[in-house]
Design a protein around this ligand. Structure first.
Ligand code: ADP
Ligand code: C5P
Ligand code: MG
Length: 219
């Protein structure tokens, strides 16, 4: 008797939690910075220490490029080698699906680090069209790093990454894209007081110490 009462209570608690989670809007931190600034490295550290899920737009695009049935494989491959930004219709769908799947698996996973997005105006428009009502952007975590350090880190990574764009030729194009298309997006968020800047040229540990200060303050 008591057992079945307790069972009922726990069943009701579970269903209440489920309903709360349905109204829980995803909380998003956009993670930006030049190629090789350390976005992915720092996101992994954040995931180890905080309740965030890391979604890298670049990783999602590379996975889509490798998916056999994908109609976008060749297009993504060309864009990545050329250091250009893939049309947002493709990227936003990958991000949306990844967010939905994460939340479906675990109600408690509604905090996301979206790494390498929005990288240009097209990305931003795509987010505003598809996601603006579905998620809250808390702030932009900006890893500030000189172009020289970025290039050196990517060339070093290129020795083992197998990436088609970690070579000098692609990197020059990626830096141009970053300066021409991504910096203005960061500046736009800056105007709205939404950018938290970390000096990313230092050691991994020092960078993460600053990241922690930001996250401990802002959740
Ligand atoms: P991003 O995702 O911004 O392109 P990554 O996190 O992949 O950058 O880092 C690029 C390369 O630089 C990797 O090989 C990584 O191990 C290295 N790296 C990352 N952070 C640092 C750091 N603070 N100091 C030195 N090397 C770093
Ligand atoms: O962030 P990452 O260095 O992994 O991105 C690699 C490449 O993926 C970019 O240079 C670009 O070609 C593509 N990309 C994109 N749109 C994004 C993120 C990445 O087209 N929002
Ligand atoms: Mg990365």
């Amino acid at each position: 008797m008591i057992g079945s009462l307790l069972g009922n209570v726990s069943q009701r608690a579970k269903s209440l939690l489920y309903r709360v989670s349905l109204v829980m809007k995803p909380q998003v931190v956009f993670v930006l910075g030049g190629p090789g600034a350390g976005k992915g490295t720092q996101c992994s550290k954040i995931v180890e220490n905080y309740n965030y899920t890391h979604l890298s737009a670049g990783d999602l695009l590379r996975a889509e490029r490798s998916r056999e049935e994908s109609e976008f494989g060749q297009l993504i491959d060309n864009y990545i080698k050329e250091g250009k930004i893939v049309p947002v219709e493709i990227t936003i769908n990958l991000l949306r699906k990844a967010m939905e799947e994460t939340m479906k698996k675990d109600d408690n996973k509604f905090r996301f680090l979206i790494d390498g997005f929005p990288r240009n105006e097209d990305n931003l428009t795509g987010w505003d069209t598809v996601m603006v009502d579905k998620a809250d952007v808390k702030f932009v975590l900006f890893f500030d790093c000189s172009n020289e350090v970025c290039i050196d880190r990517c060339l070093e990574r290129g020795k083992s990454s197998g990436r088609t764009d970690d070579n000098r030729e692609s990197l020059e194009k990626r830096i141009q894209t970053y300066l021409q298309s991504t910096r203005p997006i960061i500046e736009l968020y800056e105007k709205h007081g939404k950018v938290r800047t970390v000096d990313a040229s230092r050691s991994l540990e020092k960078v993460f110490a600053d990241v922690k200060v930001v996250l401990d303050k802002e959740g």
